[in-house]
Design a protein around this ligand. Structure first.
Ligand SMILES: [Zn+2]
Length: 279
C-alpha cells in the first residue's frame, strides 16, 4: 500500500535495487500505473488547453510548460564553486581544492559530503511548495537536472540513490514523495539505480518547525530503519541520500546514521536546495 501510493507516478520506482532482480513490476501495479500516468498526462493536456502554461512561481504566462519565467529564473541562486568540500556551502574565496568551511570543521556531519543545486531563497521556496503540495510533478525533470549537475562528484563514487522516505500517513495525504520523484529524475540522468525500499520511516516525527538543531536531532532519533531484507543490498555500498531541502540537516543526519549502522560504506547527501547564509 505504501509503495503503491508512493510510486504511482512511475512503475520504475517499484523496481527493486538489485541489478539482477526482475526489471518488470507485478502486472496489476504496472497496469494501474500506466492507466494513472495516461490519465494524468491527459489531465495535464486538458489543463494546458484551458489554462495556458504559467510560471509556477509568479504565474506569468509562458510559451511552454515546466519552466520558469525569465524574471524568476534570474533570481535562482545556483550554488557554485568555491564551496566547502564537506557541506557544499559556498565559500567567499577560492583557496584551492579540499577546503572546508568553519562549520564543517567545528561540527562535521555524519555524512561524507553534501551537495545542493540551489540556495533556498528567491523563487526556490515557491518551487519546492509547488512540487510538494501543488501537484506540480511536471517540474521534477527541470529540478532533477539541476540536482544531477550539482551531484557530479558524488555520482562518480556512488552505487545508488536513496530518497528520504515520508511516513506512510504523510504519504497517503500527499500521494507522492517528492524526494522519490527527484531521485527518479537524478537516476535517469546519472544512470544510478533508485532504491525506494531500503530506508523506511519507523515512526512519524512531529514537525521540525520551531525546533533548534539539538531539538531536531532528538526529534529524529529512531525515525528511520533499514528493513532486514535490504541490509545485504546495502552492505559496503555507497548511497546518495536524496531530499528536497536541507535546513539544519537533522533529518538527513538521522537517515545517514541509519544507513551507516546498517552497513553502508559511506553516505553522501544531495538536495535540490539548502539554506545558506546570504551573499
Ligand atoms: Zn516567474
Amino acid at each position: 500500500m505504501i509503495y503503491f501510493s508512493a510510486m504511482a507516478a512511475d512503475p520504475d520506482l517499484w523496481l527493486p535495487l538489485d541489478a539482477d532482480a526482475p526489471r518488470r513490476p507485478a502486472m496489476p501495479f504496472h497496469l494501474l500505473a500506466a492507466a494513472g500516468h495516461l490519465l494524468r498526462a491527459a489531465g495535464r493536456e486538458v489543463a494546458d488547453l484551458v489554462l495556458p502554461p504559467a510560471c509556477p512561481v509568479c504565474r506569468v504566462r509562458l510559451g511552454s510548460p515546466a519552466g520558469l519565467c525569465a524574471d524568476c529564473w534570474r533570481k535562482v541562486r545556483f550554488l557554485e564553486r568555491p564551496w566547502c568540500e564537506r557541506l557544499g556551502t559556498p565559500l567567499p574565496l577560492d583557496l584551492g581544492p579540499g577546503i572546508l568551511s568553519a562549520a564543517a570543521v567545528a561540527d562535521p556531519p555524519i555524512y561524507a559530503r553534501a551537495r545542493s543545486a540551489v540556495s533556498y531563497e528567491g523563487p526556490v521556496p515557491d518551487l519546492v511548495q509547488a512540487l510538494k503540495y501543488g501537484d506540480r510533478t511536471d517540474l521534477a525533470p527541470m529540478l532533477g537536472a539541476w540536482m544531477a549537475r550539482a551531484a557530479h562528484e558524488l555520482v562518480a563514487d556512488a552505487d545508488l540513490l536513496v530518497p528520504v522516505p515520508l511516513h506512510w500517513t504523510r504519504l497517503a495525504r500527499r500521494r507522492f514523495n517528492q524526494a522519490a520523484i527527484l531521485s527518479r529524475e537524478v537516476g535517469r540522468l546519472t544512470g544510478l539505480p533508485v532504491a525506494t525500499d531500503i530506508l523506511v520511516r519507523a515512526r512519524r516525527t512531529p514537525p521540525q518547525v520551531g525546533l533548534g538543531r539539538d531539538g531536531r536531532i532528538r526529534n529524529m532519533h529512531g525515525a528511520f530503519v533499514v528493513p532486514t531484507a535490504r541490509i545485504a543490498t546495502l552492505a559496503g555500498r555507497r548511497p546518495i541520500l536524496v531530499d528536497d531541502v536541507l535546513t539544519t540537516g537533522a533529518t538527513l543526519e538521522a537517515a545517514a546514521r541509519t544507513l551507516l549502522a546498517a552497513g553502508a560504506a559511506a553516505v553522501d547527501v544531495l538536495t535540490l536546495a539548502r539554506v545558506v547564509a546570504p551573499r
